[in-house]
Design a protein around this ligand. Sequence first.
Ligand code: FES
Length: 386
Amino acid sequence: MSNIRIFSSRNLLGKKCGFLDSISKWSKISNQYISSAAAPKLDRLSKGRTKTGILMLNMGGPQTTDKVHDYLTRIMTDRDMIQLPIQGTLGPYIARRRTPEVQKKYSEIGGGSPILKWTNIQGELLCKKLDELSPETGPHKSDNIEQVIVFSQYPQYSCATTGSSFNAIFDFYSKRKTPTKMKWSVIDRWSTHPLLAKTFAHRIKEKLGEFPENVQHDVIILFSAHSLPLKAVNRGDTYPSEVGATVHAVMQELSFSYPYSLVWQSKVGPLPWLGPFTDDAIKGYVKQGKKHFILVPIAFVNEHIETLHEMDIEYCHDLGKELGVDIRRAAAPNDHPLFIDALADIVLKHLNKGNPIGHKFLTRCPHCSNSRCHLTKSWFKRLCAV
Ligand code: FES
């Protein structure tokens, strides 16, 4: 039993350990509530002996192929993630149409998404590390916690991912009462954490070592992140700049010793998205005579369909074969010890800083027109008592 909970706006990932069986059970356990309309101010973060729970937010994924349809329906009807005309009708229609194709992809990577598995492992290891480093905020294996840290597992903030998860928490509590016995705080972004950069640098070096020594310095490192519609970029979503910041930090770790580029993948639909796209970039470099590539999943901390299918099967295998070049993929951070150290360090620094919520989180995109963002941020501001 531990305090780590995992929650996603796309999919309630399921329980990890004993913190709570679900957000609703959490409400029942605490017995005292804050009204979502009028949350009273709470004291700042407790650094003394205070049982601390961590609510890990991450992308959901279907555990089995028969859950793919529900999963796609949730995505296609989530207006934070995707905006469609007549979304209530068109979203479920697209979900139905895409289900067989997406089911096939999941069956080719073992029958389901590994995101929950990896997030559970990361949560367990984080608990152990925090028990060692911060006994005063433990035990990290009990219920009845006194403060909760909502910890986004997306290192780079996007309104479509982290923002959507926070909106989902607000939605949940707007229909219920919020527990008052716990102090709340938020970790919403950590794109340049030094141990995150070191983790990616290690993953890249592991992969570079697989290339013959005489080509290692010609290998092009392609940092590949999930793309965004240009409409979202032009609203002022900070994701592209935060992903760029991570890339820069990783290359600094590698002393800028290799050629590299930031590219974008997983575009869907006909509207313009942020590029260059990963497959086009590989083709462009091949035209320039390059033959060796490492793909780095820079915006996600564990394996998922886009690493295991899109990168490994569609790019490394199929595209590599078609172009006659060597494309390999660095592992996601997963359970790398440096990455677990990064998670623990982020939590501890957050506790020591004593600032429950960041100013950036509380500020909307300059062209945000989503009223839910305003409601969510105002609610979290009251809840965290900034
Ligand atoms: Fe970015 Fe609303 S879309 S804050």
